[in-house]
Design a protein around this ligand. Structure first.
Ligand code: AMP
Length: 562
């Protein structure tokens, strides 16, 4: 039966098991990622019982990568990325070279060929985009210095991968020719071919980037704008998805670029539009679901037997990735002038391997350049390094806290900053706009979160910080800087949504005072439950005002008149 609908089966069983194991992992105070990976192992071909379609899972995982990179592009400008190139380019390239040397050393120890060592080192030098981006998002570090650096690093790595993927088959071919005895002359020619292949590939990347940044940057925001004015949310969502997937697909089909890079460009060109926040929100649920499938698909590749068959080589591989490469990366970043915090956290963010490494290993295997054992080691160490990643972060967090405490102790006590009141206003309709006008004349800074893009545009033209989107999403709340707010006004009419907004705000900023709007006693109770400080019900206030006015004409009953 399952074979009749492999895609639905995979989604149902994959997401279901990921949920169950993710929940158990969270219960055990582990990262949910561990649960997703174990769900994958259970579903994979190496454990008894039901086996899901590995190829399909990987394709779905690719969707996760596309949507993640698209989301990254939406939050960055090409300028942001260029600003880190002076660090990202040398750090990435140096690390790749040193890791290849480590790979060759491993090859000597394990008795493999030098070529196998090169591919092995290359596979261990590249981090997983999904793991790195997810932890940045989880830790809300995407916009920070280390976020920019990590993304810049991923882009350089991706480009290096594009070149490696062209070179590996060419090299296998050259090797084949040499082995067949028609050596020298051919080799020189073939080497020229290889050089040409790389140049053509880089040329295509450049052409794609130019087309995107020159033409795409005009056309895409224009299309989105037109769609918004059609007034259909569904069409807007569709347009965003079609553009993200379409650009990624074209990048790979025409320009031989990875889906991920293509999607990054789609995001970058959309970031120019003030609709980018809303575009990001529309793709969030899909992005998260497919990122989960990504981890399931990684788990599916893992053969637990490797733990018994190759424990020592596996340990060596994990140490190379987690200890050696992290130390190397911290050292390189420090040399390139980064602060200790940025160096440590950026390096830990990348202290794992994933999808790139699988592609390299798969290609190496296909062309007979690496052994099954090397492939197994890459797959096995990937899952272990991903599982270890949250633990590394916990250690680094403790270190950073200690450092901060030591610095605070050493620095002379500075006078506290003068109090500055900040407010966030959710909804700028009939109620919100009145509050906004009052805040304009008050000693406060404020930002507005509003679902309607036209209102947001008007506010922005008036120079008011306004974020387009639904305030029940974390990203939107963060964009409005809720963490720094003293006061939050929730003026949306839907009591259920208001409750979720209050709950989220409380999570992001436990100290903020929350004033919320309600329509009924039930809503008042609901909002109270979420910790609103003041709840004003429209009907109650209307009645109060009328009663107040009426007392001039109809005096209240007193003990004397009763
Ligand atoms: P009014 O009822 O006239 O005060 O308008 C409420 C305003 O809140 C409208 O402009 C809506 O677009 C906006 N709104 C409603 N729900 C949300 C939400 N969840 N996030 C942001 N804005 C919202």
């Amino acid at each position: 039966m399952p074979h009749d609908a492999p895609l639905i089966t995979l989604l149902a069983v994959g997401l279901g098991l990921a949920f169950v194991f993710g929940a158990v992992a969270t219960r055990l105070k582990l990262s949910p990622l561990v649960g997703y990976l174990i769900a994958g192992v259970v579903l994979g071909p190496f454990t008894p019982g039901f086996v899901a379609d590995v190829g399909l899972a990987q394709e779905l995982a690719e969707l996760g990568v596309i949507l993640l990179m698209f989301g990254v592009g939406l939050h960055f400008s090409p300028k942001d990325l260029l600003s880190v190139r002076a660090v990202a380019v040398p750090a990435t390239l140096l690390q790749i070279v040193i890791m290849i040397a480590a790979g060759i050393a491993a090859a000597v120890i394990f008795g493999w060929s030098i070529e196998a060592g090169v591919i092995f080192g290359l596979a261990l030098s590249v981090a997983s985009t999904v793991v790195a981006l997810r932890s940045l998002q989880e830790r809300r570090q995407m916009q920070s210095e280390r976020g920019k650096l990590t993304v810049g690093w991923l882009v350089v790595e991706d480009l290096a991968m594009v070149v490696a993927l062209v070179l590996i088959p060419t090299w296998a071919h050259i090797r084949g020719e040499v082995a067949n005895g028609n050596g020298e002359g051919v080799t020189v020619l073939q080497l020229q071919d290889a050089g040409l292949a790389v140049l053509i590939t880089l040329g295509k990347v450049l052409a794609f980037a130019l087309i995107m940044l020159l033409a795409g940057k005009r056309v895409v925001p224009w299309i989105l704008h037109r769609v918004v004015h059609m007034g259909s949310r569904e069409l807007f969502r569709l347009a965003v998805l079609a553009i993200a997937l379409g650009v990624a697909y074209l990048a790979s089909a025409i320009f031989d670029i990875s889906f991920a890079l293509g999607a990054l460009f789609a995001g970058l060109i959309m970031a120019e539009s003030e609709l980018s926040q809303q575009a990001a929100n529309e793709t969030l649920p899909l992005r998260d679901a497919f990122a989960v499938i990504f981890f399931v698909s990684v788990g599916m590749l893992f053969d637990p037997m490797i733990l018994l068959q190759n424990p020592w080589p596996l340990l060596v591989t994990v140490v190379i990735i987690v200890v050696l490469r992290t130390a190397l990366s911290i050292g390189l970043l420090r040399l390139l002038g980064q602060s200790p915090e940025v160096s440590v956290f950026t390096s830990i963010n990348r202290a794992q391997i994933g999808e790139f490494s699988f592609i390299l290993a798969g290609l190496g295997l296909q062309f007979d350049l690496i052994s099954e054992q090397a492939n197994d080691l890459i797959l096995g160490s990937a899952i272990i390094s991903i599982i270890l990643n949250p633990a590394l972060f916990a250690i680094a967090d403790r270190w950073a806290k200690k450092r901060a405490a030591a610095e605070a102790g050493a620095a002379p006590a500075s006078p506290p900053p003068p109090p500055r009141r900040r407010a966030v206003l959710v909804g700028y309709g009939r109620v919100g706009s009145l509050i906004g006008r009052a805040l304009d004349g008050a000693m406060a800074e404020y930002s507005v979160i509003e679902d309607r893009v036209d209102l947001v545009e008007q506010l922005q033209q008036r120079g008011i910080a306004a974020v387009a989107g639904n305030a029940i999403t974390r990203e939107v709340m963060e964009a409005a800087n809720i963490a720094e707010a003293d006061l939050l006004f929730v003026t949306v009419p839907d009591g259920f949504e208001a409750g979720r907004i209050v709950e989220l705000a409380r999570q992001l900023n436990p100290k903020v005072k929350v004033y919320a709007r309600a329509h009924s006693d039930a809503e008042v109770e609901h909002l109270k439950g979420f910790g609103a400080d003041l709840i004003v019900s429209g009907e109650q206030e209307i009645a109060n005002a009328m009663i107040q006015a009426a007392t001039h004409i109809i005096p209240r009953r007193t003990a004397a008149t009763a």
